[in-house]
Design a protein around this ligand. Structure first.
Ligand SMILES: Nc1ncnc2c1ncn2[C@@H]1O[C@H](COP(=O)(O)OP(=O)(O)O)[C@@H](O)[C@H]1O
Ligand SMILES: [Mg+2]
Length: 468
């Protein structure tokens, strides 16, 4: 039992609060009961004193009868002389008590025999006599009752506390049992074994909700670990291909007894592979920075037509090599607040893909247009082979290529669209693809449009108008 465990702390707190409550409650009860007993005795004393006073007023001799019947404990002095006293008065040793006016209100007084009495005295005068009346009630029965009460409390409070502690400890144990189970299960879940999940008994209680949230986190972790693993494996594989190529081209080159032309060819071939390697490493770096959100964004109002025109200018040579037509459909000026360099990269990737995957003498069109006044759209439309439906959802995944062999021949590692999607989304936009097999493809970038602020002409107010 660790002192720092929730179970122990809960039990200790619970015990402390319960003990303090019980202590206050019992002390209060004791004080109240005692006060009530004393009140009752005092009322009795006043009642008896009043009766005796009445008797002395009307018929002093009648007091002897009362004395004989031992109704109460009292003594009456006529001036300093004894007038009447019950035998129990003397028996209790109350003779020593002097009714000198000190006990006009009820007080407790311990007699020489050790018993405590509640006493009250009063002075009354009747028919020329000055009587002093003293009345007493034995406190012993009341004291016994109070002692019994205190005894019961002293016995029952610790018993109640012990019971409550045991009960609380057991209860806390039962309540916290799911936590122990979850802890044990969570310990089994490691980076290597992320497939484990915490048990969820009841999704509606707090522990169930906690376990559910943890399970969702584990699922996300498992997913991202899996993606990371796949990414690393794919990246290593892709890096190895050009390296192997450089190596084998170099080895073949070394073995042969080459003239300068063949050497140049070998070196050119190696440089081409090195170039591919550089592009791949660049793409990997971009994605890694994108993942860690370390690429600074500089979003400025941008003329999308101008951006597309620049990209087309840049890639026109590639299209010409394949005798394709690459044209831009200019509609009206469309602006969006984007990071120019990042969005340009996205458009380059899409136009580059369109050129790469469309057959020679094919056609590629880039359209910039507004959409529903709120959005700006850039569409890259080609009449190439199209993308089969089943691949459309996955072409934006890293290293995903429909035809691995063909794509690599064209220099692609399958990272282009992944980077494109990040580039569009980081600019607040969305990318979608529309394609049918054999019917060409449309890649569509939708961005929130930026509306240039118009000149606002301030009109004269009524007041200004009337001043004229
Ligand atoms: N315009 C297009 N027409 C047909 N297929 C395309 C087009 N653009 C992309 N693809 C397919 O999507 C895959 C992923 O594209 P991308 O991520 O740019 O990788 P890659 O490096 O292969 O170009 C490509 O391998 C290709 O099969
Ligand atoms: Mg590509």
């Amino acid at each position: 039992m660790s002192l720092r465990s929730v179970r122990t702390r809960f039990t200790l707190w619970y015990t402390a609060v319960l003990s303090i409550t019980l202590l206050f409650f019992s002390t209060g009860t004791y004080i109240l009961v005692r006060a009530s007993f004393l009140n009752h005795m005092d009322w009795e004393l006043r009642h008896q004193t009043a009766s005796l006073t009445r008797v002395l007023d009307h018929n002093p001799l009648k007091i002897m009868k009362i004395m004989e019947h031992e109704e109460g404990i009292f003594r009456v002095l006529d001036g300093e002389n004894p007038f009447a006293a019950t035998s129990s008065w003397s028996a209790a040793g109350l003779d020593k008590f002097s009714a000198d006016g000190k006990f006009l209100s009820p007080r407790s007084w311990t007699a020489p025999n050790g018993r405590t009495y509640r006493l009250q005295s009063t002075i009354t005068s009747s028919a020329g006599h000055g009587y002093r009346i003293a009345v007493a009630i034995d406190e012993q029965p009341t004291q016994q009752l109070l002692h019994l009460l205190a005894f019961i409390m002293l016995l029952s409070i610790p018993a109640a506390v012990v019971l409550a502690v045991a009960g609380g400890y057991l209860l806390a144990g039962r309540v916290l049992a799911p936590v122990s189970i979850m802890t044990a299960k969570a310990r089994e879940i490691t980076a290597e074994r992320l497939s484990g999940r915490l048990p969820v008994e009841d999704t509606n209680d707090e522990f169930g909700q906690l376990a559910t949230v943890f399970n969702q986190t584990f699922a996300r972790l498992e997913d991202s670990f899996e993606r990371m693993r796949r990414f690393t494996a794919d990246a290593s594989h892709e890096l190895r291909t050009p390296l192997t190529a450089i190596r084998s081209v170099g080895e073949v080159g070394l073995q042969r007894n080459n003239d300068a032309d063949v050497c140049r060819e070998t070196i050119a071939s190696m440089l081409e592979e090195a170039d591919r390697l550089t592009k791949l490493v660049d793409a990997l770096l971009t994605l890694s920075k994108a993942d860690s959100n370390t690429i600074p964004l500089n979003r400025q109002p941008t003329d999308l037509n101008a951006l597309v025109a620049e990209v087309i200018d840049c890639l026109q040579v590639l299209a010409e090599e394949k005798e394709q037509t690459l044209i831009q459909d200019d509609t009206e000026p469309v602006f969006a607040k984007v990071d120019y360099a990042i969005l340009r990269q996205a458009v380059i990737n899409l136009v580059d893909n369109a050129i790469k995957y469309t057959q020679p003498r094919g056609g590629i069109r880039v359209v910039v247009r507004p959409k529903a006044a709120r959005d700006a759209v850039i569409e890259i439309i080609d009449n190439g082979p199209g993308i089969p439906q089943e691949h459309q959802a996955r072409i934006f995944d890293r290293f995903y290529r429909i035809d691995r062999g063909r794509s690599r021949d064209m220099g692609g590692a399958g990272l282009g669209l992944a980077i494109t999607r990040w580039a569009v989304e980081t600019n607040g936009g969305q990318i979608e693809v529309e394609s049918t097999e054999g019917g060409g493809s449309i890649f569509r970038i939708v961005l929130p449009a930026w509306i240039p602020p118009r000149w606002t002409v301030s009109r004269p107010t009524n007041r200004q108008a009337s001043l004229r």
